[in-house]
Design a protein around this ligand. Structure first.
Ligand code: SF4
Length: 413
């Protein structure tokens, strides 16, 4: 178990952001402690609205210095206004040399994902390729908190990815809010296919994934590039959010269900076995039973390989929280959410049966409770028993048992 300590100072916005950060940190497996000396990770979320807040933050930081001496593995992260959107000043870095990362507001979740995956296995890692978003979906706070889209230059992505591979990573997921618009702000311009080509050329890297894709920006060229590059997995995350056009309009998603279905057909025409994963929200303001049933219809029609489902909840500062009445009762949201989960479970139970008797390629990550676990190229969690050290190994497994959530089998001789 790893422990974190978070310290927040400043405005309500900062308090709110810290709450959000806490849930991300806890989702990464950290448990909160209330004394910094007990933590493996210390996050300082700072504010400079008033001089007194800034002085308090500086004092607090100075108090952390001895802890780093006692525990060199301790990570100290400074984020919030003291760092600023442009990153920390040289003076700040010089004054607080023992701080591990100076993260501009909004950067912590991506850093945490990358850090956590590296610490856990070193085998599957994330490389941020883009920050911020220009889309302004009405339920989403990202464009306000993280600012407009900006892309990480290709050479920086390559440098980070090569370093991760040298440290043992065998799979890299390129991360961005809307990877389909990657590179529009770069000079010269680039696009997501350039990222894939760059990663594909890295020796010893076995697999590449990327997310999240936006249906309004998805192109045929991207899918053809996926099909052409051997390391890019047949696995895509394409967030649909709802199966009803009126709800999509109120979400400001800028595509229709028909367009989404055309994309599904196009992807399956080019890569017949592609695993399609999506994100969905149920109980969006004004979503009627009929509109929700359109979402159910879409789920049945497409047969997704995974759905990240959420019941709508208001985020203050978003358009929806200011202008759309949160009028679907909480119990009803829960009912809709469970209905999606139940239907999805049935779909996956059936879908995964096609793997029975098949030989699949698995990249193994770790051993838990005596069983090795890894993932197929289609991102199916797969288990096998073996005395060999399989960490970081890509090998084939003959599947003899499947469930809705996993595949089980024996190593191919
Ligand atoms: S939901 Fe995604 S695409 Fe929409 S505003 Fe948020 S980050 Fe951007």
């Amino acid at each position: 178990m790893k422990y974190y300590y978070i310290w927040t100072i400043g405005c309500q916005m900062n308090e709110f952001e810290s709450e959000e950060l806490q849930s991300r940190i806890e989702a990464a497996g950290y448990c909160e402690v209330f004394r910094p000396e007990e933590a493996d990770l210390i996050v300082m979320n700072t504010c400079m609205v008033r001089q007194s807040a800034e002085t308090k933050a500086i004092n607090k930081l100075e108090n952390l210095k001895p802890l780093k001496k006692l525990n060199p593995d301790l990570k100290i992260i400074l984020t919030g206004c003291l760092v600023g959107f442009e990153g920390a000043t040289d003076a700040l870095k010089k004054q607080f040399k023992y701080v591990d990362e100076f993260l501009p507001p909004g950067k912590l979740p991506v850093w945490l994902q990358s850090y956590d995956r590296q610490m856990k296995t070193g085998i599957c890692s994330f490389v941020p390729i883009q920050e911020g978003c220009d889309n302004f979906c009405t339920y989403c706070i990202v464009p306000y908190r993280r600012g407009r889209e900006h892309s990480v230059p290709l050479d920086e992505i390559e440098r980070k990815a090569r370093k991760m591979v040298a440290l043992g990573a065998r799979e890299i997921t390129a991360l961005g809010q809307n990877v389909n618009s990657y590179g529009k702000d770069l000079v010269p311009q680039a696009d997501i296919t350039d990222v894939l080509e760059t990663l594909n050329a890295i020796e010893d890297l076995k697999r590449i994934r990327f997310l999240t894709n936006h249906p309004k920006d998805m192109t045929r060229n991207l899918i053809e590039t996926m099909a052409r590059l051997p390391k890019v997995c047949e696995h895509i995350n394409l967030a649909v959010q709802s199966g009803n056009n009126e709800v999509l309009r109120r979400m400001n998603r800028n595509y229709t269900v028909e367009h989404f279905l055309d994309l599904v057909d196009m992807m399956r025409e080019i890569i017949p076995d592609i695993a399609i994963v999506t994100d969905m929200i149920v109980g969006f303001p004004g979503e009627t039973e009929e509109q929700f049933m359109d979402t159910i219809g879409l789920i049945k029609k497409v047969g997704f390989d995974a759905i990240h489902i959420a019941a709508y909840s208001q985020r203050s500062g978003t358009y929806a929280s200011e202008h759309l009445k949160d009028d679907v009762p909480e119990e009803e949201k829960e009912r809709r959410l469970h209905m999606v989960e139940d239907i999805q479970k049935d779909i996956l139970t059936e879908k995964n049966k096609k793997y029975l008797g098949q030989s699949v390629e698995v990249l193994f990550e770790s051993k838990k409770n005596g069983r090795w676990q890894g993932r197929t190229r289609s991102d199916k969690l797969t288990f096998t028993e073996s005395e060999k050290d399989l960490a970081g190994i890509v090998t084939r497994v003959n599947i003899d048992r499947t469930t809705a959530w996993s595949l089980h089998g024996n190593l191919e001789e």
